[in-house]
Design a protein around this ligand. Structure first.
Ligand code: MN
Length: 354
């Protein structure tokens, strides 16, 4: 398993030098943040970022994310040109030595939380989700005031976009995803770049929009529709784990043994029993502080041959850090060391038994 860390580029206060000082770091997971969604990533820009990463003694083998344009998700007549651009990006990333592309297929909204600075008992803060808060928002009527929403759309643009999704059922969205994958996967095979879809976060529909990568059934359907192993998964424990009916230990073992897990997001969440089953906050990474069996998940991954990339996913803000929500330095570094240590123990225990 290769330990990596998300890096938001040269403006990230968590610099490459700091990341390199975390024991065990082999590389960063990053993206080109200045290229508009839908445009092809050119070779020169990719190589410039890669050089900065390599100069710091780190690798750039995983990209998170190459965003999928809404016209592709909507299945409009503009999609073919945009898919050609996406293929060009895959080719250029492959030439630069990138092995995995993380992406998602969530309509309009990426991850959603109701609070970015939920104060926990120890005085740290973290991201949290309250269904009632989200239910009270109607992005079709009012300006959206969700924390973390980047306001890249005006109110009018957003309601126009939501209107266009009225005709897009979950089935239609899935068909559009398969259409996209069938066009790009041959290029991935040719360039040896694996696609790793990030599960929907949280794994249920929001604002009347369909979500289609939420559970085992969805993933089985996706892999059956596009069988190539280049069509794989980012196993995000926190996202899948928010769905209480998801059995993560089982899913980790099943998809690792099927060779579908190309990237692992390691984090824990804690269910909050405040009015319904959908509420949670992001807890420290170790098993005992959250609701997910982190040891069980890692053990299932190891036992089933997982040898891909991982990164500690969201951390809390601790020790007075006022970092990007979920992406400060300290708690993610602690998370990395926890995962690293547990992996060593699982591996050595298994080797000693042989
Ligand atoms: Mn994740």
């Amino acid at each position: 398993m290769k330990m990596t860390f998300r890096w938001y580029g040269k403006n990230d206060p968590v610099t490459l030098e700091k990341i390199k000082q975390i024991p065990g770091m082999t590389g960063v997971v990053t993206a080109l943040y200045t290229i508009p969604v839908g445009e092809m990533w050119d070779e020169a820009s990719i190589l410039k970022t890669k050089k900065a990463v390599n100069d710091a003694g780190l690798e750039m083998e995983v990209i998170e994310s190459v965003p999928v344009h809404e016209e592709i998700k909507l299945g409009s007549n503009k999609r073919d040109k945009l898919i050609e651009n996406y293929k060009g990006t895959i080719r250029n990333l492959g030439k630069a030595g990138v092995k995995v592309i993380c992406y998602n297929f969530m309509p309009v909204f990426d991850w959603v939380r109701s609070e970015l600075k939920f104060r926990t008992d120890d005085g740290s803060n973290c991201l949290a989700y309250r269904q009632a808060t989200v239910d009270a928002l109607d992005p079709r009527k009012n300006s959206l005031s969700l924390p973390g929403w980047d306001e890249s759309y005006t109110k009018e643009q957003l309601s126009g976009l939501l209107e266009r999704y009225r005709d897009v059922s979950a089935e239609k969205l899935f068909e559009n995803m398969v259409y996209f994958l069938e066009k790009i996967i041959p290029v991935c095979e040719e360039c040896d770049v694996k696609m790793a879809v990030h599960p929907d976060d949280p794994p249920w529909g929001l604002f009347g929009l369909p979500r289609i990568i939420c559970n085992e059934k969805d993933l089985d359907k996706l892999f059956a529709a596009v069988p190539s192993k280049y069509n794989g998964l980012t196993f995000c424990t926190g996202s899948l784990g928010a769905g209480r009916s998801n059995d993560l230990v089982k899913m980790a073992g099943k998809y690792a043994s099927a060779g579908r897990i190309h990237f692992l997001h390691s984090r824990n969440i804690k269910f909050d029993d405040c009015g319904g089953g959908c509420n949670f906050h992001e807890s420290p990474h170790p098993t005992e502080f959250g609701s997910l069996d982190m040891y069980g998940i890692l053990k299932a991954l190891y036992d089933n041959g997982f040898d891909g990339y991982t990164r500690p996913d969201h951390g809390r803000n601790i020790w007075g850090e006022d970092g990007r929500p979920g992406y400060g330095l300290y708690d993610r570094a602690l998370g990395a060391m926890y995962i690293y240590g547990m992996w060593e123990a699982i591996k050595k225990t298994a080797e000693n038994k042989e």
